[in-house]
Design a protein around this ligand. Sequence first.
Ligand code: GRF
Length: 209
Amino acid sequence: MIRVVVLLSGRGSNFQAIVEATLPIEIVAVISNRPLAAGLAYAREQGLNAIALDHTAHADRAAFDAQLADEIERHQPDLVVLAGYMRILSPAFIARFEGRLLNIHPSLLPMFPGLKTHERALEEGVKIHGCTVHFVTAQLDHGPIVIQAAVPVRADDTPATLSARVLVQEHRIFPQAIRWFAEDRLRVQQGRVNVRGDSTSQSVLSSGA
Ligand code: GRF
Protein backbone atom coordinates (compact mmCIF):
# COMPACT_ATOMS: atom_id res chain seq x y z
CA MET A 1 0.00 0.00 0.00
CA ILE A 2 1.17 3.50 -0.72
CA ARG A 3 2.02 5.80 2.17
CA VAL A 4 -0.06 8.99 2.31
CA VAL A 5 0.38 12.17 4.33
CA VAL A 6 -2.71 14.40 4.62
CA LEU A 7 -2.45 18.17 5.16
CA LEU A 8 -5.50 20.09 6.33
CA SER A 9 -6.48 23.32 8.04
CA GLY A 10 -10.12 23.01 9.08
CA ARG A 11 -13.30 20.98 9.10
CA GLY A 12 -11.75 17.98 7.36
CA SER A 13 -14.82 16.66 5.56
CA ASN A 14 -12.75 15.71 2.51
CA PHE A 15 -10.29 13.92 4.76
CA GLN A 16 -13.20 12.06 6.35
CA ALA A 17 -14.48 11.05 2.91
CA ILE A 18 -11.02 9.69 2.09
CA VAL A 19 -10.97 7.63 5.30
CA GLU A 20 -14.50 6.32 4.72
CA ALA A 21 -13.69 5.30 1.14
CA THR A 22 -11.38 2.56 2.49
CA LEU A 23 -8.74 3.08 -0.17
CA PRO A 24 -5.68 0.90 -0.72
CA ILE A 25 -3.53 3.44 1.13
CA GLU A 26 -1.89 3.80 4.51
CA ILE A 27 -2.41 7.24 6.05
CA VAL A 28 0.88 7.64 7.86
CA ALA A 29 0.32 11.17 9.18
CA VAL A 30 -2.27 13.94 9.27
CA ILE A 31 -0.73 17.38 9.69
CA SER A 32 -2.55 20.64 10.36
CA ASN A 33 -1.20 24.16 10.50
CA ARG A 34 -4.13 24.92 12.83
CA PRO A 35 -3.88 22.98 16.10
CA LEU A 36 -7.63 23.23 16.76
CA ALA A 37 -8.74 22.01 13.32
CA ALA A 38 -11.72 19.65 13.53
CA GLY A 39 -10.01 17.45 10.95
CA LEU A 40 -7.12 16.88 13.34
CA ALA A 41 -9.51 15.83 16.13
CA TYR A 42 -11.14 13.38 13.70
CA ALA A 43 -7.70 11.97 12.82
CA ARG A 44 -7.02 11.37 16.52
CA GLU A 45 -10.39 9.63 16.93
CA GLN A 46 -9.43 7.35 14.07
CA GLY A 47 -6.20 6.45 15.86
CA LEU A 48 -4.13 8.12 13.16
CA ASN A 49 -0.90 9.98 13.69
CA ALA A 50 -2.24 13.56 14.10
CA ILE A 51 0.34 16.35 14.13
CA ALA A 52 -0.18 20.07 14.77
CA LEU A 53 2.41 22.39 13.27
CA ASP A 54 1.29 25.92 14.09
CA HIS A 55 2.30 28.29 11.29
CA THR A 56 1.87 31.34 13.56
CA ALA A 57 4.86 30.12 15.59
CA HIS A 58 7.21 30.57 12.60
CA ALA A 59 8.98 33.68 11.36
CA ASP A 60 7.84 33.48 7.74
CA ARG A 61 6.39 31.19 5.08
CA ALA A 62 9.76 29.87 3.98
CA ALA A 63 10.71 28.86 7.53
CA PHE A 64 7.36 27.21 8.17
CA ASP A 65 7.29 25.39 4.83
CA ALA A 66 10.83 24.08 5.38
CA GLN A 67 9.81 22.60 8.72
CA LEU A 68 6.58 21.26 7.27
CA ALA A 69 8.47 19.60 4.42
CA ASP A 70 10.94 18.02 6.88
CA GLU A 71 8.06 16.70 8.98
CA ILE A 72 6.36 15.24 5.90
CA GLU A 73 9.59 13.60 4.68
CA ARG A 74 10.00 11.85 8.05
CA HIS A 75 6.94 9.78 7.11
CA GLN A 76 8.33 8.86 3.68
CA PRO A 77 5.09 9.41 1.76
CA ASP A 78 4.40 8.26 -1.78
CA LEU A 79 1.63 10.85 -1.92
CA VAL A 80 0.81 14.10 -0.10
CA VAL A 81 -2.84 15.11 -0.13
CA LEU A 82 -4.03 18.68 0.44
CA ALA A 83 -7.49 18.19 1.96
CA GLY A 84 -8.54 21.75 2.67
CA TYR A 85 -5.03 22.98 3.41
CA MET A 86 -5.61 26.72 3.39
CA ARG A 87 -2.10 28.10 3.00
CA ILE A 88 -0.22 28.92 -0.15
CA LEU A 89 2.78 26.63 -0.47
CA SER A 90 6.17 28.09 -1.34
CA PRO A 91 7.87 27.07 -4.62
CA ALA A 92 10.64 25.30 -2.67
CA PHE A 93 8.06 23.14 -0.90
CA ILE A 94 6.25 22.28 -4.13
CA ALA A 95 9.52 21.38 -5.86
CA ARG A 96 10.24 18.82 -3.11
CA PHE A 97 6.93 17.02 -3.62
CA GLU A 98 6.00 17.73 -7.22
CA GLY A 99 4.36 14.74 -8.91
CA ARG A 100 3.13 13.35 -5.58
CA LEU A 101 1.06 16.32 -4.39
CA LEU A 102 -2.73 16.35 -5.00
CA ASN A 103 -5.14 19.19 -4.16
CA ILE A 104 -8.92 19.55 -4.22
CA HIS A 105 -10.26 22.91 -5.35
CA PRO A 106 -13.91 23.99 -5.20
CA SER A 107 -14.34 25.19 -8.80
CA LEU A 108 -14.03 23.91 -12.35
CA LEU A 109 -10.44 25.00 -12.90
CA PRO A 110 -9.07 27.00 -14.62
CA MET A 111 -12.14 29.04 -13.69
CA PHE A 112 -12.05 30.65 -10.27
CA PRO A 113 -8.65 29.84 -8.82
CA GLY A 114 -8.06 31.23 -5.31
CA LEU A 115 -10.66 31.94 -2.64
CA LYS A 116 -14.44 32.60 -2.51
CA THR A 117 -15.09 30.41 -5.54
CA HIS A 118 -18.83 29.94 -4.91
CA GLU A 119 -19.45 33.67 -4.44
CA ARG A 120 -17.56 34.41 -7.65
CA ALA A 121 -19.40 31.71 -9.60
CA LEU A 122 -22.73 33.26 -8.55
CA GLU A 123 -21.52 36.78 -9.39
CA GLU A 124 -20.47 35.65 -12.86
CA GLY A 125 -23.80 33.93 -13.42
CA VAL A 126 -22.27 30.65 -14.59
CA LYS A 127 -24.80 27.85 -15.03
CA ILE A 128 -22.40 25.05 -14.22
CA HIS A 129 -20.00 24.97 -11.28
CA GLY A 130 -18.03 22.18 -9.64
CA CYS A 131 -14.75 20.96 -8.25
CA THR A 132 -11.36 19.74 -9.43
CA VAL A 133 -8.63 17.44 -8.18
CA HIS A 134 -5.27 18.39 -9.64
CA PHE A 135 -1.56 17.87 -9.22
CA VAL A 136 0.01 20.87 -7.51
CA THR A 137 2.51 22.97 -9.43
CA ALA A 138 4.12 26.30 -8.64
CA GLN A 139 1.26 28.23 -10.26
CA LEU A 140 -1.60 28.47 -7.75
CA ASP A 141 -4.57 26.18 -8.61
CA HIS A 142 -3.23 25.47 -12.11
CA GLY A 143 -1.65 22.02 -12.07
CA PRO A 144 -2.58 19.06 -14.30
CA ILE A 145 -6.23 18.10 -13.80
CA VAL A 146 -6.99 14.53 -12.66
CA ILE A 147 -10.78 14.61 -12.28
CA GLN A 148 -13.62 17.13 -12.24
CA ALA A 149 -17.27 17.02 -11.27
CA ALA A 150 -19.93 19.50 -12.32
CA VAL A 151 -23.13 20.59 -10.66
CA PRO A 152 -25.91 22.85 -11.96
CA VAL A 153 -26.21 26.36 -10.52
CA ARG A 154 -29.79 27.12 -9.51
CA ALA A 155 -31.51 30.48 -9.71
CA ASP A 156 -32.06 30.61 -5.95
CA ASP A 157 -28.58 29.41 -4.97
CA THR A 158 -26.60 31.18 -2.26
CA PRO A 159 -22.88 30.59 -1.70
CA ALA A 160 -23.89 28.22 1.10
CA THR A 161 -26.31 26.08 -0.94
CA LEU A 162 -23.96 25.98 -3.92
CA SER A 163 -21.00 25.09 -1.75
CA ALA A 164 -22.96 22.24 -0.13
CA ARG A 165 -23.86 20.83 -3.57
CA VAL A 166 -20.24 21.04 -4.73
CA LEU A 167 -18.98 19.46 -1.49
CA VAL A 168 -20.96 16.28 -2.14
CA GLN A 169 -19.04 15.96 -5.41
CA GLU A 170 -15.70 16.77 -3.74
CA HIS A 171 -16.30 13.78 -1.49
CA ARG A 172 -16.72 11.58 -4.58
CA ILE A 173 -13.85 12.77 -6.73
CA PHE A 174 -11.04 13.13 -4.19
CA PRO A 175 -11.15 9.47 -3.08
CA GLN A 176 -11.41 8.46 -6.75
CA ALA A 177 -8.30 10.44 -7.69
CA ILE A 178 -6.36 8.99 -4.76
CA ARG A 179 -7.44 5.47 -5.72
CA TRP A 180 -6.13 6.01 -9.25
CA PHE A 181 -2.84 7.34 -7.89
CA ALA A 182 -2.57 4.33 -5.55
CA GLU A 183 -3.24 2.00 -8.47
CA ASP A 184 -0.49 3.76 -10.45
CA ARG A 185 -2.92 4.68 -13.20
CA LEU A 186 -2.10 8.40 -13.55
CA ARG A 187 0.35 9.61 -16.17
CA VAL A 188 1.09 13.29 -16.78
CA GLN A 189 2.16 14.24 -20.29
CA GLN A 190 2.54 17.85 -21.41
CA GLY A 191 0.42 19.08 -18.54
CA ARG A 192 -2.42 16.65 -19.21
CA VAL A 193 -3.34 13.69 -17.05
CA ASN A 194 -4.07 10.39 -18.71
CA VAL A 195 -5.98 7.88 -16.55
CA ARG A 196 -4.95 4.45 -17.72
CA GLY A 197 -7.88 2.15 -18.35
CA ASP A 198 -10.48 4.90 -17.84
CA SER A 199 -12.54 3.83 -20.83
CA THR A 200 -15.77 5.08 -19.27
CA SER A 201 -14.41 8.58 -18.68
CA GLN A 202 -14.80 8.47 -14.92
CA SER A 203 -12.52 11.49 -14.79
CA VAL A 204 -15.55 13.57 -15.75
CA LEU A 205 -18.39 13.26 -13.28
CA SER A 206 -21.58 15.19 -13.43
CA SER A 207 -24.47 15.43 -11.10
CA GLY A 208 -28.00 16.61 -11.56
CA ALA A 209 -28.42 16.73 -7.81
C1 GRF B 1 -13.11 22.32 0.38
O1 GRF B 1 -14.13 23.05 -0.25
C2 GRF B 1 -11.92 22.21 -0.53
O2 GRF B 1 -12.25 22.12 -1.87
C3 GRF B 1 -11.19 23.49 -0.26
O3 GRF B 1 -11.34 23.72 1.12
C4 GRF B 1 -12.53 23.09 1.57
C5 GRF B 1 -12.14 22.17 2.68
O4 GRF B 1 -13.25 21.55 3.28
N1 GRF B 1 -9.82 23.38 -0.70
P1 GRF B 1 -13.01 20.34 4.29
O5 GRF B 1 -12.06 20.82 5.37
O6 GRF B 1 -12.47 19.18 3.53
O7 GRF B 1 -14.38 20.04 4.87
